[in-house]
Design a protein around this ligand. Structure first.
Ligand code: MIC
Ligand code: SF4
Length: 640
């Protein structure tokens, strides 16, 4: 059988199980990354696992999300992570060093290596040929403790590229085109694997942009071959020795195929409030703009920033627009200083932010009430910008900055300048923001007073009875379940505090209702839990007594997070059964002892309506055990 690239890497990393789509396997994890907003939970869980040193060859803890530090909480969290990192042989990347995915791509990602990250955009490093997967925090803690990760073997979606992008379009326009075709559910259960003649015409950073937003397709990960361009990028980053050539076999077997001619890609934009609500800019141009934000792990590379500087050269930001720019890493920022591009940006009237996630996660720069914000980011869910009624659009850096000058959404195809960026000889090295474990003493773990215990589930009862606390529609995001903004991010190590804001975008009474009914169930539509990897979206419901989520389908990472927390993610056998259930109905799930396994049968009785419906058996044997024990921490504790 001719093998895809993804299958070759999975085969190489296989510890146990069969490489058959849909089956659970265990793979070896070479590298992990964490960021600070999910990281405190990861490291609290790692401490519970009681290991001395990580089992991976490289683990890195980044500080990039919660860098506003309005109070002591973020700074305390950073100190906590720094001390745990030093004690466990983990590299620490200080605030200001840059966004985890961009910094990891520049400094650590290796073609063919497996990388597990506590952030849904970890697949960014697939641009360099790494098998990079986003996961919940506990999975990453276990990967550090055991060097292993369990996953359901995905199917492989082949994206065959031909042609070449024009200088007016970007990797962003490629992935927006794919999102338009496949939607936010289109990649669920797949690895997106890129190949074809067009690959060689894409820079590593354009490839990384495309892999980054594979997360928005719901894909397990995305991957590009490792070729001459990869070698060139690694040489310029000063790490030629990390190169390893990799590609799929000729005529490899794929489950699905999509062909895309890069020469036909035109500037695209995702309209509010979903990354798949995509149109050609030429069809919707002219919308008046209040804010433009350039940066995020999707589009903050040196090449992206240089295109922005080129367009700004000799121009001024429109009087009605606030343009904010956050370069992806200290290295990128430093290069912009050295070659004068930062000068150009400042002279044009741009606001320069620190190299961090910033506005992408609502950490500052919330748009004005009802404002229109154009962003080069990857998510435009309602409320995520920090302004509930803002209209957020996603687009390429070229289109964003061109619109910042004109004051309205504008098509960069009309730019007359040549935007080709002259290739650098070298990106240089910049290690000043890293603390390598060998460079410091082993400090005591610094446990700030805002850091609270991780909620832990209890062993599963044979029968569960409870009330439907909330009925939601399709595509509920983790930003809906556990919102993130400048006010709430300081509480990522304080689940009791976060629980006050559960489902805030959908209802204002979830906590009260959960307390009134002493916990219960949630009813969800399709793709429940899409978006971020934050396990808080499972820990908050656990804390509020949620015992099961019954949905038409689940997003991959969130389903694992629910299982890891000991909450049952149950899928309707007949999706139309969803219609016959209402908020506040009382349900009873019997026979849980045997009912979860593949040969079991699970019936849910609706005591209010006097009806019943059936649940699909879709858990691996390990997952059934985890659920029975009340979560992954209880399951794994005895094993390390
Ligand atoms: C995001 O983009 O939503 C985040 C913030 O990076 C999350 C992680 C988090 O919730 O902290 C992600 O994508 O996993
Ligand atoms: Fe940070 Fe935004 Fe990327 Fe999430 S999507 S890692 S918040 S830059």
């Amino acid at each position: 059988m001719k093998k895809s690239l993804a299958m070759k890497i999975l085969e190489n990393k296989l510890v146990s199980g069969n490489l058959i789509a849909g089956e659970e396997i265990t793979i070896k994890i070479d590298q992990t990354l964490t960021q600070d907003s999910t990281g405190t939970m990861v490291y609290l869980q790692l401490l519970k696992l009681d290991v001395d040193k990580v089992k991976t060859s490289k683990s890195v803890a980044y500080i990039d999300h919660n860098t506003l530090q309005q109070g002591f909480e973020n700074a305390d969290d950073h100190e906590f992570i720094k001390t745990v990192a030093a004690r466990h042989n983990i590299i620490f990347s200080k605030a200001g060093g840059g966004i985890c995915h961009q910094v990891h791509l520049e400094n650590f990602a290796i073609p063919g290596a497996s990388l597990l990250g506590s952030d849904s955009h970890t697949p960014t490093c697939g641009g360099l040929g790494a098998l990079a997967i986003g996961a919940g925090g506990l999975d990453v803690a276990v990967a550090m403790a055991k060097g292993e990760y369990n996953l359901i073997v995905p199917k492989i979606y082949s994206i065959k590229l031909t042609g070449e992008l024009s200088d007016k379009v970007n990797g962003k326009d490629v992935i927006l085109t794919i999102l338009q075709k496949l939607t936010v559910k289109g990649g669920v259960g797949y690895i997106m694997e890129y190949s074809g003649d067009g690959v060689k015409n894409l820079s590593v950073t354009d490839r990384a942009t495309i892999c980054n937003m594979g997360a928005e397709l719901g894909a397990t990960t995305s991957i590009f071959p490792s070729d001459e361009r990869t070698l060139d990028y690694l040489i310029k980053q000063g790490r030629e020795e990390d190169f390893f050539p990799l590609c799929a076999d000729k005529n490899a077997d794929y489950d699905e195929i999509l062909e895309l001619n890069l020469s036909e890609i035109v500037p695209m934009v995702a309209l509010p409030h979903s990354p798949d609500n995509v149109k050609k800019i030429s069809e919707v141009q002219g919308i008046k703009v209040d804010q433009v934000a350039i940066g995020s792990c999707t589009n903050s590379s040196y090449e992206d920033m240089m295109k922005v500087a080129k367009i700004l050269e000799g121009n001024k930001v429109h009087p009605d627009v606030s343009l904010v720019i956050s370069p992806g890493s200290a290295k990128v920022l430093n290069l912009l200083v050295e070659n004068g591009a930062l000068n150009t940006m400042i002279k044009s009237g741009a606001r320069i932010l620190e190299s961090a996630c910033g506005p992408c996660i609502g950490m500052g720069q919330a748009p004005k009430a009802g404002g229109v914000s154009l962003r080069t980011f990857n998510r435009n869910f309602k409320g995520r910008s920090g302004t509930m009624d803002a209209e957020v659009y996603l687009l390429s850096p070229q289109a964003a900055v061109y619109s910042a000058i004109s004051g309205v959404l504008s098509d960069p195809s009309n730019i007359e300048k040549d935007l080709t960026v002259k290739e650098l000889e070298s990106y240089g090295r910049l290690d000043s923001y890293f603390i390598f474990p060998e460079d410091i003493n082993k400090p005591e773990v610094a446990m700030g007073k805002n850091i609270k215990e991780v909620p832990i589930g209890r062993a599963l009862e044979k029968t569960l009875r409870g009330t439907i606390l909330l009925k939601t529609g399709d595509n509920v995001t983790t930003d809906d379940i556990c919102p993130s903004n400048a006010k709430l991010l300081p509480f990522r190590s304080n689940v009791p505090e976060l629980s006050k804001y559960a489902f805030q975008t959908l209802t204002d009474d979830f906590k009260d209702i959960s307390e009134k009914y002493n916990g219960g169930f949630i009813l969800g539509g399709n793709n429940y839990g899409q978006g971020s990897s934050r396990e808080h979206a499972a820990l908050v419901p656990l804390y509020l007594g949620v015992k099961a989520v019954i949905a038409k389908s689940f997003a991959r990472i969130h389903k694992s997070n629910l299982i890891n927390s000991g909450i049952l993610p149950l899928t309707f056998k007949k999706p139309s059964d969803y219609d016959g259930i209402d908020r506040f109905d009382e349900l009873e799930i019997e026979g849980l002892e045997g009912g979860l396994s593949m040969n079991g049968k699970l019936i849910v009785k609706n005591l209010t309506k006097n009806t019943q419906f059936e649940i699909v058996q879709n858990f691996s044997e390990r997952e059934v055990e985890v659920l029975k024990l009340g979560g992954y921490l209880n399951y794994v504790k005895g094993q390390v």
